[in-house]
Design a protein around this ligand. Sequence first.
Ligand SMILES: *Cc1c(COP(=O)(O)O)cnc(C)c1O
Length: 448
Amino acid sequence: MSVAEDQIAQEPRIVTEIPGPKSRELHARRQAVVPPGVHSVVPVYVERAHGSVLVDVDGNQIVDVCGGIGVTTIGHTDDAVVAAAAAQLGKVTHTLFTMTPYEPYVQVAEHLARNVPGSTAERPYKTLLMNSGAEAVENGVKIARRYTRRPGVAVLEHAYHGRTALTSSMNHKGAPYAQGYGPRVGDIYKAPNSYPLRDGLSGPEAAKRTIAYLEKMAGAEDLACLVVEPVQGEGGFIVPADGYLPALAEWCRANGIVFIADEVQAGMARTGTVFSIEQFGVEPDIVLSAKGIAGGLPLAGITGRAEIMDASLPGGLGGTFGGNPVSCAAAVAVFDQIERDGLLARAKHIEEVFGDGLRGLAAKHSAIAEVRGKGAMLAIEIVKPGTLEHDPELTQRVIDFAVQRGILLLSAGIYGNVIRFLPSLQFTDELCATVVRVLDEAFEATTA
Ligand SMILES: *Cc1c(COP(=O)(O)O)cnc(C)c1O
């Protein structure tokens, strides 16, 4: 147990109203100098954190079931990550890899080559490192276009890929991500996805619909790539029906389209395998990672088949901060724990324990239409009882109730009627039970 863990008990403890007086004071200062477009869902100012608990400036302890949207997968201020980053800080913090390189970048690429499905020791996948998820998507598309010499980009409904000009045009939701920021980028085709709760289609049926749409609207020969989140994140943790992703991958292969798995949210041990696509039996041409890869530091990977990655000319790929040495050292510490410390089994354990708790709630509260997800990436979809009508108001009331009890939850879904859970893999059974109990109280109080 670290000093920090010793100081931050892994439990909620509320000592002021939420947000407390110091948070409100900071929020007033912030509003004068930070634009409202940079919205904070819960304006509680965090001073420190460890494991699964945040401590705010007023001394409240809040259980973090979001992990900064799936970033602190191995827990906040993980001892090994902090030690590795601190050691690297004292050695070298920047040279620019495309100027004079360093080992940690190569180590991260080696870890990714070992863990991406499809990559083998004889023919390892190669990696470009950048800083953010959106940059990973930008570069994945760029590399696929260079390799295929085709312009078109296929994405799925309910997708989320980022907030840059290209990626905000790829998102399903125009408002608030692309609205008013036009012109939106062209040659992007948004095909229907597989959404078992709502479309009732089998995987092969849903794939047929997706493919028919793309063949009509884009034409396969114009498509450079299909970008899919194997488990959709912002879209509401939608798990496609069995057989959907393999059918899409097969169609891509037959038509020379690069299959890109956007694992920015679902990857890095979150779902119980290093990359979630593994559980669908697909070997993607390119895998994108970011969020959880460096234990809270900014880093993103674009990992793909060598012939695709090798299609760019020297100097065509990179960026000043891409693959920062401190972030890379932290990522190596994350991979070491994933490969050695049974973190994948932890994700499966959370799926069982927390999933059971959520299914118990669904049996009791008819507003919960479905419990879904994989590993430590779980969600409940909230509807008007007896219908499939979205209920974003109830969703928000439940979330607001929970934060007053020291449980930080986050919504998802195009209509904001999903609560997604992204606990750290250190989340204890006791914390799972606490979250389920508070949710139970929240549904009792808000549906009464
Ligand atoms: C968060 C996210 C992104 C964008 O990542 P940023 O680091 O915020 O740019 C892209 N794809 C998916 C699936 C994401 O969840």
